[in-house]
Write a protein that binds this ligand. Sequence first.
Ligand SMILES: [Zn+2]
Length: 411
Amino acid sequence: MKKIPLLLAGILALLFLESFDPDRQLQTRHSETAPDWGFFAHRRINRLAALTLPPEMMVFFKPNIDWISDHATDPDMRRYATPWEGPRHYIDLDEYGAPPFEQLPRSFLPALMQHTEILAVLERGDTVVVYGGDHPPAENPELPWERFFSKHILPNFSSGDGSLNVDSLQVFLKSGSREIPAVQSVFFQENLSKHGILPWHLQRIQGWLTNAFRQRDSKRILRYCADIGHYVGDAHVPLHTTSNYNGQKTGQVGIHGFWESRIPELFADEEYDYFVGKPEYLPQTAEYFWDVVLASHSMVDSVLGIERAMRLHFPEDRQMCPDMRNGRVIIAPCRDFAAAYQEAMQGMVERRLRAAIHGVASIWYTAWIDAGQPDLSKLDLPLSTEEELREEEAIRQKFNAGKILGRPEGE
Ligand SMILES: [Zn+2]
């Protein structure tokens, strides 16, 4: 038997729906910035996704459902602890031309190679691009870019300052019949992550999760399930696929939090239908991740355009209202205004939330199937070690200090 009956899933969902209570972590933050989808929606997505799983998976997920739900927000917290985290949450597709962005490699390594360049500091003092960017790849089969990249660049990617050995570069460039003048130093620079790596990062975690299932490593299964649930959620948010992520380019600052935090917090419990059916096996997960971000991107114009039109036509004094958040008064979009925006978008927020829940469950399910449907009934329930608890606490402290590394997302 592969599915949990819909009615039962519905009853369970009702049992697990908490009435909205601002998250504990939010109470300790000192700014109004709302992390993506809001903590509220991310937790809800992971929890509801778990409730749709087949019994063979439920046997493990049910006892861990609080953990998976609570830790749905860890990736957002890590944005305060490491600069590598931020780009995993978005992709600015508009930086790559027009849909369907055929020039953009769908796999990570080719994309990284396409968007890495080599620069040289010349003895005369200026810095020039010697490879990449507008420079076509070297044609010499003796030392193609791919091989140079894997040998000299990839191993140093996340460590060090990106400096390269001048001699090895000379060999590479000579091999492409190009030489550079006398140089002081050379280094590489990747330009991919500044526009976000969300769909590629999803592919990586999918691999890690599948392996964790294969090895029946309960701790890593939970960790990657919680993480991938977060990123699949982000991928369903239109504003996570554009460089105008907070309406800052169109005079609509604050729209990020309005769409993905304010609206779900106001209406998700009262009005949304969470019956998303059982998870589906996804034979091509990479393709699925790209389909999701491309679909999200196709909604960006509506998200922005409808809000802009509403701001013009809705009575101005009924657009922003004082509200209480964590014992403090904040100014946020009024309930009626939010309801009107939601209606004008024809329920887009609810549709994307539902699609995210179904997507997260399907991705977990697919990883489990691809791992050979391991028996999860005998897995140990993981306990955190002292060291892990200390690490978690350190991340929490950085998060509470409130200095995001990389670009902020909310208003
Ligand atoms: Zn995120």
